[in-house]
Ligand binder design. Structure first.
Ligand SMILES: Cc1ncc(COP(=O)(O)O)c(C=O)c1O
Length: 352
């Protein structure tokens, strides 16, 4: 099953009469400065005739140095999406319960459906600022406690709302998970200013942290993500993973990207300035913007699909949020301030 995501296909661009050179993509949430030049060099030096390291050894050691988590607790995947599917296949049997804190990234539900799990969505409401429980996560914890799910998916900061739960709330959810596993998807964690360090919760024994290099390091086309988890979970995930799943270009580019801290810092600063500008400018237009800790903004525009279509016609991609159950909203990924200015000008022209 194909899940709708951001990004615009070459076919749709052609259909809309937009040339790729004139298209600015705000529908994906990726480092606006693109891939690190050292990663590009590493790819250029690669010998594609050799098999990749099947253990992703060097990049796991680099991730271990960066996170302080032991290499035997790190599983590298073909994007964090592969790890989401591996988790579902490994920990859910037909009829098992899985809880998803929603609205959120669509691949959790798709992965759970594939293994015929019983899916329970815990929905947040717009009037609560898309937090799951206005006063904390107590109601969600009580539901988890009652349902005893094998897997719980929490995206933090959440896609598409940008809501970021604090450490105590995540610890409470892990506590409520009991013998189940809490999957904490931190695909956008690098973009959060003063984020708390979730690896300190790995000692609880039932937490899996998912991270991605496809957004902060702009490696979406190569596919690279990783899980930080208890050693037994790491072993079980690796058992289910196809050989050579993480290709040599992804490993080489990942190692070079992790070493290029300066490029990452510049990209994060650029996204942060762009988001601040957008947040102010969109509010000035009278639009309702959900406060976001991530590098994207959820904006209520009335008819998300129509506003997306009109913007695309003018060469701008934004994510229509109907597939999240939010048809009145669009999601805008932060880019440089000059690019964001151009988007705001276009928005002024297309808003009903
Ligand atoms: C919350 C979230 N998790 C995971 C992913 C998948 O990331 P990857 O490219 O590493 O598979 C995405 C991609 O959009 C996402 O938004």
């Amino acid at each position: 099953m194909r899940i709708p995501h951001g990004g615009v296909s070459p076919r749709e661009l052609k259909f809309m009469g937009v040339s790729a050179g004139h298209f600015i993509d705000f529908s994906v949430n990726i480092n606006p400065l693109g891939t690190s030049p050292s990663a590009m060099d590493a790819i250029a030096r690669l010998d594609p005739s050799s098999y990749p390291d099947p253990d992703s050894g060097e990049i796991r050691r680099a991730l271990a140095r960066m996170t302080g988590v032991a290499p035997d607790q790190i599983v590298v995947g073909n994007g964090s999406t592969e790890l989401i599917y591996l988790l579902a296949h490994t920990y859910l049997n037909k009829g098992d319960r899985a809880v998803i804190l929603s609205p959120t990234f669509g691949e959790y539900e798709a992965a759970c459906r594939l293994v015929v799990a019983r899916i329970e969505l815990i929905h947040s409401k717009e009037e609560d600022g898309f937090r799951w429980d206005a006063g904390g996560v107590g109601a969600a914890c009580r539901k988890i406690d009652r349902l005893r799910p094998a897997l719980i998916f929490l995206c933090n900061p959440n896609n598409p709302t940008g809501v970021f739960l604090e450490r105590a709330a995540v610890a409470e959810l892990a506590e409520a998970a009991g013998d189940g596993l809490l999957v904490l998807d931190e695909a956008y964690i690098s973009f959060v200013e003063s984020a708390w360090e979730s690896t300190s919760l790995l000692g609880m024994g039932n937490l899996v942290i998912l991270r991605s290099l496809t957004k902060d390091h702009a490696l979406a086309g190569l596919r690279l993500g990783y899980a930080l988890c208890p050693p037994a979970v790491a072993d079980a995930l690796v058992m289910g993973q196809p050989s050579w799943s993480v290709n040599a270009a992804a490993q080489a580019a990942g190692i070079a990207s992790l070493a290029d801290r300066a490029h990452l810092s510049r990209g994060l600063a650029c996204a942060s300035e762009g988001k601040r500008y957008l947040d102010g400018a969109l509010r000035e237009l009278g639009l309702k913007v959900t406060p976001s800790a991530a590098n994207f903004l959820l904006v209520e525009v009335g008819d998300g699909a129509e506003v997306r279509r009109r913007l695309l016609h003018r060469g701008f991609g934004v994510r229509d949020c109907a597939s999240f159950g939010l048809p009145r909203h669009i999601r805008i990924g932060a880019r440089s301030v000059p690019e964001c200015r151009r988007l705001v000008c276009a928005l002024k022209k297309v808003l009903p």
